[in-house]
Design a protein around this ligand. Structure first.
Ligand SMILES: Cc1cc2nc3c(=O)[nH]c(=O)nc-3n(C[C@H](O)[C@H](O)[C@H](O)COP(=O)(O)OP(=O)(O)OC[C@H]3O[C@@H](n4cnc5c(N)ncnc54)[C@H](O)[C@@H]3O)c2cc1C
Ligand code: SF4
Ligand code: SF4
Length: 418
């Protein structure tokens, strides 16, 4: 293969074969080809060796033999073997703000432990920030076997570029086979950057994670088609298998401060390009009534079947008696009876209270994905076939107008007794 003075392998025209069609002249991206005496001639000093002329010539009059590495599509068995040999561990991104780890990170560590046990591997934490050692120790207490930390003043505040690069670098060094990130505003941004950098797949907002037994693939379940069906997605050809999960989908594991684990410190290699400068923060804007329903241990959830103004004080009284607050399904928000902050479900909040009390809630899948992690589910519904009864621990079939006053009465009596 001839080379030019820059060492680039260049194409060569075979004049005896050339029919002078000029297709290559039109296709050459750098104008390296001219016609001379009815045949094409390549200027080797201009040619960049792209091979386009070779591809388009209809009569094979271009000699071009540059060895190209064909894009190899690997068979699933090969991928599985490669993944087993080169990638190990279930990693979780530990989101930390002002030195405090986000609850969703601990929830994901709990899930990561279950997945790691099935895979017989370790749980890895990735932690970025400034002065975040306490969060590293906490991550071990919640179940990480090792935590990889980049602690640098540049990571004090979240900026996509340094965080994206730092986390990509950690993934390249540690090579986890699975990587879980909380679907918080920060996590959603970061997960997309890292998945793009690593050229792997990302399944967002998963509501279920498990391991497929045959090939040990991560099964990532999430609602799709407007939440009407649940899709289980897996990532066969790329590593790590990445997923984001919304807060409170999984339970927070027990914290054990006596647990042992290793903390590895890495140095930040800052991105080469100029970073944006932070001028100021927009202050927190409180929307709706500012109540975070996901923090309450008990929720009395009003559905469309209990959606009228007179009912609300009754439900509030019930909520007070069980130490909780009133939340609702989407139609109640749409009817203007409650603010959006109180909506439970796919497009509302994901909640996992100790007690979920659904009053006139049918149990549509878009609602269920936001509350199925609740510890005890009690449903009151007039329709015995309502799907909410499939997930309820206790189901009360009847008109809520009759059932709720009885519940209130009984709870009051019990309180008096105690
Ligand atoms: C993309 C998308 C996202 C969505 N996101 C959400 C979401 O985040 N959250 C959400 O909640 N929904 C969401 N929905 C809407 C969801 O599909 C359902 O329409 C909604 O959850 C139904 O609310 P509901 O159970 O209160 O009302 P309905 O389905 O109308 O059920 C009312 C229930 O009340 C019962 N009832 C009626 N009268 C009485 C009575 N007197 N006593 C006792 N029971 C009674 C009925 O038997 C019925 O089961 C979404 C839909 C889509 C397409
Ligand atoms: S190899 Fe590419 S750059 Fe060189 S002559 Fe052919 S089309 Fe032009
Ligand atoms: S495309 Fe082939 S035949 Fe046509 S001018 Fe170029 S070298 Fe000659």
């Amino acid at each position: 293969m001839p080379k030019n003075s820059k060492g680039i392998e260049v194409a060569k025209i075979l004049p005896e074969k050339c029919i002078g069609c000029q297709i290559c002249v039109a296709e050459c991206p750098v104008g390296a080809i001219e016609m001379s005496n009815g045949a094409a001639v390549i200027d080797p000093e201009v040619c960049i060796g792209c091979g386009k002329c070779f591809e388009v010539c209809p009569v094979e009059a271009v000699k071009f033999e540059k060895k190209r590495s064909p894009k190899k599509i690997r068979k699933p068995e090969e991928v599985a073997q490669y993944a087993r040999d080169n990638y190990r561990g279930v990693a979780v991104f530990i989101e930390s703000f002002n030195g405090q780890g986000a609850t969703v990170s601990w929830e994901l560590i709990g899930k990561a432990r279950q997945l790691a046990e099935k895979l017989n591997t370790r749980v890895i934490g990735f932690l970025l920030g400034y002065e975040v050692n306490d969060s590293a120790r906490e991550a071990i207490a919640y179940g990480c076997d090792e935590v990889h930390v980049i602690d640098d003043p540049l990571l004090r505040t979240y900026i996509s570029k340094p965080y994206g690069k730092a986390l990509t670098d950690l993934c390249k060094k540690v090579k986890p086979e699975i990587f879980l990130i909380g679907a918080t505003p920060l996590g959603r941004d970061l997960a997309g950057i890292v998945a793009t950098n690593l050229e792997t797949g990302l399944t967002a907002d998963c509501t279920g994670l498990d391991i497929e037994e045959e090939k040990n693939l991560l099964l990532m379940t999430r609602p799709t088609f407007g939440g009407n069906i649940m899709a289980t997605i897996f990532c066969e050809h790329h590593r790590p298998q990445m997923s984001t999960v919304r807060p409170r989908v999984f339970k927070t594991p027990e914290k054990n401060p006596a647990r042992n684990g290793n903390i590895y410190c890495h140095v930040l290699e800052p991105p080469h390009d100029k970073l944006p400068e932070l001028i100021d923060f927009i202050k927190d804007v409180v929307s709706g009534d500012g109540v975070d329903i996901s923090r309450f241990p008990a929720l009395v959830v009003a559905g469309k079947g209990a959606c009228d103004l007179e009912t609300m004080p009754l439900l509030e009284e019930l909520a007070n008696l069980v130490g909780g607050i009133v939340a609702c399904s989407r139609p109640v928000v749409e009817a203007g009876l409650m603010p959006y902050d109180r909506q439970v479900g796919q497009t509302g909040k994901t909640v996992a209270p100790k007690l979920y009390l659904g009053i006139g809630v049918s149990g549509a899948v878009q609602h269920l994905v936001g509350m199925q992690g609740s510890e005890k589910i009690i449903a009151v519904n007039a329709d015995p076939k309502a799907p909410i009864f499939n997930v309820a621990d206790v189901g009360i079939i009847g008109d809520y107008k009759k059932v709720v006053p009885v519940l209130i009465e009984e709870l009051k009596k019990r309180k008096l007794r105690n």
